[in-house]
Ligand binder design. Structure first.
Ligand code: FE2
Ligand code: FE2
Length: 274
């Protein structure tokens, strides 16, 4: 298989990012690059000639065909059938308990993303941002970058929270030099004719010039737009990074009187009627 050297370096975030990687990380990244290109080649052979995506008007027309809105969090609506009873959480719940007991709809995606970031030699702050970037979608999907950053802000660095908050806006803007293309997934879920709202555009313009643009951009570069149900991922690999970058409150998440404690309690107890 022939390797497109430039494309490979681009997927790793450019020559600067490559310069920071260990030889082992580079070898792993090369292997992953080759296998993903192989999968793409196979998919191209099997895919229909042209992909079609819905328009915004077609997606709008679907709103009244559903019992829930598209922005509802995973914990509050079952995709099929009824919601399931949740196990009670420990008295002083930790982040890892939320991963294993409440983030069931988002943890695999986030673990895949953090694994990709770890393998490509990203900084630990980028890895933790990738690990946490979408889990707030358990309570709400709309504006999940802002909600997610707020949920984690008291417990992680300002830079990691910045990356989580702004990945939401950056994902609509291609940055080929850093290895990010606009994903087909968004043509499918937002409509092929979607243009980001002005607040997203303004946010993008601000972040583009910010000193932490690279961190936020790397969350989008390590995001995965094709869910791989067979990917082998484990939270164990991240326990040390969580220990170094997440300030676990001793009273437990939800019970530390922080300004976001109620958000953690909501995730813990989504069956509470009021
Ligand atoms: Fe996201
Ligand atoms: Fe994501």
């Amino acid at each position: 298989m022939e390797i497109d050297r430039r494309a490979f370096i681009t997927t790793l975030g450019g020559t600067t990012a490559v310069g920071l990687m260990s030889d082992e990380a580079k070898a792993d990244a090369l292997e992953e690059f080759m296998s993903s290109r192989l999968n793409e080649a196979v998919a191209m052979q099997q895919a229909p000639a042209a992909q079609t995506f819905p328009s915004m008007a077609e997606l709008q027309a679907q709103i009244e065909t559903r019992p829930t809105r598209r922005g509802v969090g995973n914990l509050f609506a079952a995709r099929t059938g009824n919601v399931k009873r949740l196990d009670p959480m420990p008295k002083a719940p930790r982040l890892v308990d939320f991963f294993t007991m409440r983030f069931n709809g988002t943890s695999n995606h986030c673990l895949q993303s953090a694994t990709k970031a770890l393998r490509s030699g990203m900084s630990e702050e980028v890895v933790i941002a990738c690990l946490l970037h979408d889990v707030v979608q358990e309570i709400i999907k709309v504006d999940h970058g802002w909600w997610g950053a707020q949920l984690f802000e008291p417990y992680i660095s300002e830079k990691a929270a910045f990356a989580i908050r702004y990945h939401q806006a950056l994902r609509f803007y291609a940055d080929p030099a850093n290895g990010y293309e606009y994903p087909d997934l968004y043509r499918r879920i937002f409509g092929h004719d979607y243009r980001p709202e002005p607040y997203i555009e303004h946010t993008y313009q601000m972040v583009r010039k910010h000193k932490w643009y690279g961190e936020a951009r790397m969350v989008t570069v390590n995001d995965l737009y094709a869910f791989d149900p067979n990917a082998q991922v484990s939270l164990d690999v991240f326990v040390d990074i969580i220990g170094r970058h997440f300030k676990q409150p001793k009273e437990g998440l939800g019970y530390d009187n922080s300004p976001v404690a109620h958000m953690w309690r909501t995730i813990e107890r989504p069956d509470a009627p009021l």
